[in-house]
Design a protein. Structure first.
Length: 274
Protein backbone atom coordinates (compact mmCIF):
# COMPACT_ATOMS: atom_id res chain seq x y z
CA UNK A 1 0.00 0.00 0.00
CA UNK A 2 1.27 3.47 -0.93
CA UNK A 3 -0.20 6.26 1.19
CA UNK A 4 -0.65 9.08 -1.32
CA UNK A 5 -3.29 11.22 -2.94
CA UNK A 6 -0.87 12.82 -5.40
CA UNK A 7 0.03 9.95 -7.72
CA UNK A 8 3.24 8.80 -6.02
CA UNK A 9 2.32 5.18 -6.71
CA UNK A 10 3.48 5.80 -10.28
CA UNK A 11 6.99 6.42 -8.94
CA UNK A 12 6.96 3.66 -6.34
CA UNK A 13 5.35 0.73 -8.17
CA UNK A 14 8.11 -0.15 -10.70
CA UNK A 15 10.88 -0.40 -8.10
CA UNK A 16 8.79 -2.41 -5.65
CA UNK A 17 7.71 -4.86 -8.34
CA UNK A 18 11.10 -5.24 -10.04
CA UNK A 19 13.31 -5.42 -6.94
CA UNK A 20 10.97 -6.88 -4.29
CA UNK A 21 8.17 -8.56 -6.22
CA UNK A 22 5.57 -6.37 -4.50
CA UNK A 23 2.50 -4.98 -6.22
CA UNK A 24 1.32 -1.70 -4.74
CA UNK A 25 -2.08 -0.04 -4.48
CA UNK A 26 -3.50 3.20 -3.09
CA UNK A 27 -6.36 3.50 -0.55
CA UNK A 28 -9.54 4.89 -2.09
CA UNK A 29 -10.27 7.61 0.46
CA UNK A 30 -6.96 8.62 1.98
CA UNK A 31 -6.34 12.29 2.80
CA UNK A 32 -2.61 12.77 3.37
CA UNK A 33 -3.03 16.56 3.37
CA UNK A 34 -4.17 16.34 7.00
CA UNK A 35 -0.48 15.70 7.79
CA UNK A 36 0.80 18.83 6.05
CA UNK A 37 0.78 20.57 2.67
CA UNK A 38 3.47 22.26 0.57
CA UNK A 39 1.25 25.34 0.33
CA UNK A 40 1.55 25.85 4.09
CA UNK A 41 -2.21 25.79 4.60
CA UNK A 42 -1.71 22.74 6.87
CA UNK A 43 1.47 22.58 8.94
CA UNK A 44 3.47 19.36 9.19
CA UNK A 45 2.79 17.92 12.68
CA UNK A 46 6.31 16.60 13.29
CA UNK A 47 9.61 15.77 11.64
CA UNK A 48 9.75 14.63 8.02
CA UNK A 49 10.39 11.04 9.07
CA UNK A 50 7.64 11.04 11.71
CA UNK A 51 5.18 12.48 9.19
CA UNK A 52 6.08 9.91 6.51
CA UNK A 53 5.60 7.10 9.04
CA UNK A 54 2.25 8.60 10.09
CA UNK A 55 1.14 8.72 6.43
CA UNK A 56 2.04 5.05 5.95
CA UNK A 57 0.21 4.03 9.11
CA UNK A 58 -2.81 6.11 8.09
CA UNK A 59 -3.11 4.12 4.88
CA UNK A 60 -2.41 0.82 6.63
CA UNK A 61 -5.23 1.50 9.08
CA UNK A 62 -7.66 2.36 6.28
CA UNK A 63 -6.88 -0.84 4.37
CA UNK A 64 -6.09 -3.17 7.26
CA UNK A 65 -2.76 -4.13 5.71
CA UNK A 66 0.58 -4.89 7.36
CA UNK A 67 2.90 -3.13 4.91
CA UNK A 68 2.81 0.57 4.05
CA UNK A 69 4.95 3.01 2.04
CA UNK A 70 4.89 6.81 2.18
CA UNK A 71 7.15 9.76 1.46
CA UNK A 72 7.69 13.33 2.58
CA UNK A 73 9.65 16.16 0.96
CA UNK A 74 11.03 19.53 1.99
CA UNK A 75 12.44 22.21 -0.32
CA UNK A 76 14.25 25.48 0.31
CA UNK A 77 17.89 25.80 1.34
CA UNK A 78 20.21 22.93 0.50
CA UNK A 79 20.57 20.59 3.52
CA UNK A 80 24.38 20.39 3.15
CA UNK A 81 25.70 23.22 0.96
CA UNK A 82 25.31 26.82 2.24
CA UNK A 83 23.54 29.42 0.07
CA UNK A 84 22.29 26.90 -2.49
CA UNK A 85 18.70 25.86 -3.09
CA UNK A 86 17.99 22.22 -2.51
CA UNK A 87 15.62 19.68 -1.15
CA UNK A 88 15.33 16.50 0.85
CA UNK A 89 13.04 13.55 0.14
CA UNK A 90 12.37 10.75 2.64
CA UNK A 91 10.56 7.50 1.81
CA UNK A 92 9.61 4.86 4.38
CA UNK A 93 8.37 1.30 4.44
CA UNK A 94 6.53 0.34 7.61
CA UNK A 95 6.34 -3.41 8.24
CA UNK A 96 3.85 -4.12 11.02
CA UNK A 97 4.43 -7.87 11.15
CA UNK A 98 8.23 -7.56 11.60
CA UNK A 99 7.91 -4.34 13.63
CA UNK A 100 10.31 -2.55 11.27
CA UNK A 101 10.53 0.99 9.91
CA UNK A 102 12.95 1.20 6.97
CA UNK A 103 13.62 4.55 5.34
CA UNK A 104 15.84 6.12 2.73
CA UNK A 105 16.72 9.72 1.86
CA UNK A 106 17.54 11.61 -1.31
CA UNK A 107 19.22 15.02 -1.31
CA UNK A 108 17.98 17.02 -4.32
CA UNK A 109 20.38 19.50 -5.93
CA UNK A 110 18.84 22.36 -7.91
CA UNK A 111 15.21 21.35 -7.42
CA UNK A 112 12.40 22.72 -9.57
CA UNK A 113 11.09 24.93 -6.78
CA UNK A 114 10.85 28.73 -6.86
CA UNK A 115 8.56 31.67 -6.09
CA UNK A 116 7.90 35.30 -7.14
CA UNK A 117 5.95 38.25 -5.71
CA UNK A 118 3.64 39.83 -8.30
CA UNK A 119 0.75 42.29 -8.58
CA UNK A 120 -2.30 42.16 -10.85
CA UNK A 121 -1.34 43.48 -14.26
CA UNK A 122 2.36 42.59 -13.90
CA UNK A 123 3.81 40.87 -16.92
CA UNK A 124 4.21 37.30 -15.69
CA UNK A 125 4.52 35.56 -19.03
CA UNK A 126 8.30 35.81 -18.83
CA UNK A 127 8.23 33.76 -15.64
CA UNK A 128 6.36 30.89 -17.22
CA UNK A 129 9.36 29.46 -19.07
CA UNK A 130 11.42 29.73 -15.90
CA UNK A 131 8.73 27.84 -13.96
CA UNK A 132 8.25 25.37 -16.87
CA UNK A 133 4.53 26.16 -16.74
CA UNK A 134 2.13 24.50 -17.47
CA UNK A 135 4.15 21.26 -17.50
CA UNK A 136 4.71 22.02 -13.81
CA UNK A 137 1.78 23.38 -11.83
CA UNK A 138 1.78 26.64 -9.87
CA UNK A 139 0.24 27.76 -6.60
CA UNK A 140 -0.85 31.31 -5.77
CA UNK A 141 -1.48 32.84 -2.36
CA UNK A 142 -1.62 36.34 -0.79
CA UNK A 143 1.81 37.78 0.00
CA UNK A 144 0.77 39.23 3.38
CA UNK A 145 -2.33 37.96 5.14
CA UNK A 146 -3.07 38.73 8.77
CA UNK A 147 -6.30 36.78 8.84
CA UNK A 148 -7.46 33.75 6.91
CA UNK A 149 -9.65 34.42 3.90
CA UNK A 150 -9.45 32.39 0.71
CA UNK A 151 -6.90 29.58 0.62
CA UNK A 152 -4.04 28.85 -1.76
CA UNK A 153 -5.11 28.44 -5.38
CA UNK A 154 -3.79 25.74 -7.69
CA UNK A 155 -3.48 26.77 -11.35
CA UNK A 156 -2.72 24.86 -14.56
CA UNK A 157 -3.19 27.46 -17.32
CA UNK A 158 -2.60 31.17 -17.93
CA UNK A 159 -6.26 32.20 -17.55
CA UNK A 160 -6.40 30.54 -14.12
CA UNK A 161 -3.11 32.19 -13.18
CA UNK A 162 -4.31 35.72 -13.96
CA UNK A 163 -7.53 35.15 -12.02
CA UNK A 164 -5.72 33.60 -9.03
CA UNK A 165 -3.20 36.48 -8.86
CA UNK A 166 -6.03 39.03 -8.82
CA UNK A 167 -7.90 37.21 -6.04
CA UNK A 168 -4.77 36.65 -3.93
CA UNK A 169 -3.67 40.28 -4.27
CA UNK A 170 -7.14 41.40 -3.20
CA UNK A 171 -6.80 39.28 -0.06
CA UNK A 172 -3.26 40.45 0.65
CA UNK A 173 -2.58 43.32 3.02
CA UNK A 174 0.04 44.73 0.65
CA UNK A 175 -1.75 44.08 -2.65
CA UNK A 176 0.74 41.45 -3.81
CA UNK A 177 0.42 37.77 -4.58
CA UNK A 178 3.08 35.07 -4.35
CA UNK A 179 3.33 32.64 -7.25
CA UNK A 180 5.27 29.48 -6.43
CA UNK A 181 5.97 26.05 -7.84
CA UNK A 182 3.46 23.34 -7.00
CA UNK A 183 5.57 20.63 -5.36
CA UNK A 184 2.84 18.00 -5.23
CA UNK A 185 4.20 14.97 -7.05
CA UNK A 186 1.42 14.77 -9.63
CA UNK A 187 1.94 18.45 -10.50
CA UNK A 188 5.74 18.41 -10.58
CA UNK A 189 7.33 15.96 -13.07
CA UNK A 190 10.86 16.71 -11.88
CA UNK A 191 9.93 15.83 -8.31
CA UNK A 192 8.21 12.66 -9.54
CA UNK A 193 11.45 11.66 -11.26
CA UNK A 194 13.33 12.12 -7.98
CA UNK A 195 10.79 9.90 -6.23
CA UNK A 196 11.47 7.19 -8.82
CA UNK A 197 15.15 7.33 -7.86
CA UNK A 198 14.29 7.27 -4.16
CA UNK A 199 11.90 4.32 -4.53
CA UNK A 200 14.66 2.26 -6.13
CA UNK A 201 17.02 3.27 -3.34
CA UNK A 202 14.46 2.20 -0.71
CA UNK A 203 13.75 -1.12 -2.43
CA UNK A 204 17.46 -1.91 -2.62
CA UNK A 205 17.79 -1.16 1.08
CA UNK A 206 14.80 -3.34 1.99
CA UNK A 207 16.39 -6.32 0.27
CA UNK A 208 19.81 -5.75 1.90
CA UNK A 209 20.15 -7.92 5.02
CA UNK A 210 22.11 -6.94 8.11
CA UNK A 211 25.47 -8.79 8.25
CA UNK A 212 24.88 -9.46 11.94
CA UNK A 213 21.20 -10.37 12.40
CA UNK A 214 20.00 -10.75 8.77
CA UNK A 215 17.15 -8.29 9.29
CA UNK A 216 16.14 -6.47 6.08
CA UNK A 217 16.89 -2.77 5.71
CA UNK A 218 20.65 -2.51 6.26
CA UNK A 219 21.86 0.81 4.86
CA UNK A 220 23.06 4.34 5.52
CA UNK A 221 22.24 5.50 9.03
CA UNK A 222 24.11 8.82 8.98
CA UNK A 223 26.66 10.77 6.95
CA UNK A 224 29.13 12.53 9.26
CA UNK A 225 30.38 15.84 7.82
CA UNK A 226 34.02 16.76 7.49
CA UNK A 227 35.18 16.24 3.90
CA UNK A 228 38.28 18.49 3.72
CA UNK A 229 38.26 21.50 1.43
CA UNK A 230 40.54 20.98 -1.59
CA UNK A 231 41.77 24.58 -1.28
CA UNK A 232 42.52 25.01 2.43
CA UNK A 233 41.99 21.58 3.98
CA UNK A 234 39.39 22.78 6.48
CA UNK A 235 36.67 20.19 7.25
CA UNK A 236 33.55 21.16 5.33
CA UNK A 237 29.87 20.42 5.83
CA UNK A 238 30.00 17.77 3.11
CA UNK A 239 29.90 14.14 4.20
CA UNK A 240 33.24 12.50 4.90
CA UNK A 241 31.73 9.07 4.41
CA UNK A 242 28.76 7.11 5.69
CA UNK A 243 27.84 4.94 8.62
CA UNK A 244 25.69 1.97 7.65
CA UNK A 245 23.46 0.42 10.26
CA UNK A 246 20.72 -2.06 11.00
CA UNK A 247 17.13 -1.06 11.79
CA UNK A 248 16.85 -3.83 14.39
CA UNK A 249 20.24 -4.43 16.02
CA UNK A 250 23.14 -2.07 16.90
CA UNK A 251 25.49 -3.36 14.17
CA UNK A 252 27.25 -0.58 12.18
CA UNK A 253 29.83 -0.35 9.39
CA UNK A 254 31.85 2.77 8.53
CA UNK A 255 32.31 3.25 4.78
CA UNK A 256 33.94 5.73 2.43
CA UNK A 257 31.88 7.97 0.13
CA UNK A 258 30.15 6.05 -2.64
CA UNK A 259 31.38 8.54 -5.26
CA UNK A 260 35.04 8.20 -4.19
CA UNK A 261 35.34 11.92 -3.57
CA UNK A 262 38.12 12.91 -1.14
CA UNK A 263 38.01 16.74 -1.31
CA UNK A 264 35.18 19.27 -1.09
CA UNK A 265 34.66 22.26 -3.36
CA UNK A 266 35.67 25.59 -1.73
CA UNK A 267 32.06 26.75 -2.12
CA UNK A 268 31.06 24.23 0.55
CA UNK A 269 33.80 25.39 2.93
CA UNK A 270 32.85 27.80 5.70
CA UNK A 271 36.42 29.20 5.77
CA UNK A 272 36.80 29.82 2.01
CA UNK A 273 33.17 30.81 1.56
CA UNK A 274 32.08 32.32 4.91
Amino acid sequence: MVATQHGKERAVAPAMLHLLGLEVFVPDRIDTDVLGTFSGDVARPGSMLDTAVAKARLGMALEGCALGIASEGSYGMHPHVPFLRGGLEIMVMVDHERDLIIHEELVVDGPHADHRRVRPGDEVRGLLDEFDFPAHGLLVRPAVQQRARRGTASVRDVAELDHAVARAAEDSDDGHAVVFTDMRADRNPKRMANLVRLAHRLARRVRTPCPSCASPGFGVRRRPPGLPCRQCGTPSGMALGSVWGCVRCPHEDVREREDGRVRADPGACSFCNP
